[in-house]
Ligand binder design. Structure first.
Ligand SMILES: [Zn+2]
Length: 182
């Protein structure tokens, strides 16, 4: 994966920096650091249900997942999450809090997960999705583990399952509290 320097176009070489192999340009010293790319993901509640989209793209193409996308320079993580939600499911959302930051050593993204709820817009599938669905806590989709998928597919699957389960447990706990208070 040495390739050519993105700064001066000389052939890149392997160098040991900070105790690890890095891809460095011997001419200008440029180091091609490899960092995980941040992705924002939103567990969006709409009419008491969770918004999921059916993904068109890998990882996990054809699976149901919450709207998610890469954070771009020029926007904060929360801004990216709101933009992606609008692009992928048509809703305007407000973020209700950070749920988790998920990463794994051999995966090249890290996912920042928020709880959110809709405040407007029209529910419809965007470019990255073939369908958009609303799921009650008791009717969430049961999806097969991607046993033949990539490491990223399998990790993303666990992130989705875990964070959706936390949304479900929270909603069910809240409804239990409300019933108890009557
Ligand atoms: Zn260079």
């Amino acid at each position: 994966m040495n390739g050519y320097c993105s700064r001066c176009a000389a052939p890149m070489a392997t160098a040991i920096l900070g105790g690890k192999e890095r891809n460095q340009c011997p001419d200008c010293g440029f180091v091609a650091w490899r960092n995980p790319a941040p992705v924002g993901l939103a567990l969006i509640e709409h009419e008491g249900k969770l918004v999921l989209i059916r993904r068109n793209e890998d990882p996990l193409a054809t699976y149901w997942a919450p709207p998610a996308g890469y954070v771009e320079c020029g926007e904060s993580v929360p801004e990216a999450v709101k933009r992606e939600a609008h692009e992928e499911c048509g809703l305007d959302i407000v973020l209700d809090g950070l749920v988790d930051v998920c990463s794994q050593a051999d995966v090249e993204v890290l996912i920042v997960v928020y709880r959110a709820h809709s405040i407007g817009g029209i529910l419809k599938a965007g470019d990255d999705a073939s369908e958009v669905g609303l799921f009650r806590p008791q009717d969430l989709p049961v999806q097969a583990y991607p046993a033949t998928g990539t490491v990223t597919d399998q990790w993303f699957y666990r992130v989705i399952e875990d964070t959706i389960a936390r949304w479900r447990d929270r909603v069910q706990d809240n409804s239990t509290v409300r019933r108890t208070e009557k």
